[in-house]
Design a binder for this molecule. Structure first.
Ligand SMILES: Nc1ncnc2c1ncn2[C@@H]1O[C@H](COP(=O)(O)OP(=O)(O)OP(=O)(O)O)[C@@H](O)[C@H]1O
Ligand SMILES: [Mg+2]
Length: 151
């Protein structure tokens, strides 16, 4: 998962500047999805890192955890407050959907990041879903098939 590590490193300074703790637990044999399109994966991870950076309160946390089980690798991005209400969680992957709120208006995003992320995951025959995080914010879970020989 070189690409995941690289994406994280390129955001580390911005997280520390905003006072958000960035923690990761990436399994060592997580080279599993090396069949995937590197540039697209980088875009996927950047979208999720960018969201946590933009929407998580200063002083908060983003935790990234990977796990390999059977034929799938699971990658979780979970952050702390404020997160997204249950009602909004259902709509996050819709095109142009943005949760009402002052920080949103300030940040000027298009509401496309998660839509594009879902398309990238779909193209790799994976699954992406949104939940509320035990840390108090949003949890995005990605599950992608592992190729034989990369397990
Ligand atoms: N980690 C998060 N914590 C809280 N809210 C989030 C988080 N990630 C996404 N959201 C909410 O989901 C909405 C949709 O996210 P998405 O990445 O699709 O678009 P965006 O960030 O608004 O714009 P873009 O990514 O196109 O610049 C955001 O506007 C925000 O309201
Ligand atoms: Mg975004």
């Amino acid at each position: 998962m070189e690409v995941l590590r690289d994406s994280i490193e390129s955001y580390r300074e911005e997280f520390s500047r905003k006072g958000i703790a960035l923690k990761e637990k990436i399994s060592r044999n997580a080279n599993a999805i090396s069949f995937a399109d590197r540039e697209r994966l980088n875009q996927l991870f950047a979208n999720l890192l960018e969201n946590s950076l933009r929407y998580t309160n200063p002083g908060g946390t983003l935790e990234i955890v990977t796990e390999i089980g059977g034929d799938f690798i699971t990658i979780e991005f979970q952050d702390s407050k404020p997160g997204v209400s249950a009602q909004d969680i259902e709509r996050l992957f819709e095109r142009f959907y943005r949760v009402e709120g002052s920080r949103n208006r300030d940040s000027g995003g298009a509401g496309l990041g998660l839509t594009i992320s879902k398309k990238i995951v779909d193209a790799h025959e994976g699954i992406i879903s949104a939940h509320s995080s035990p840390l108090g914010g949003l949890l995005i879970r990605i599950s992608m098939p592992v190729f034989e020989g990369h397990k």
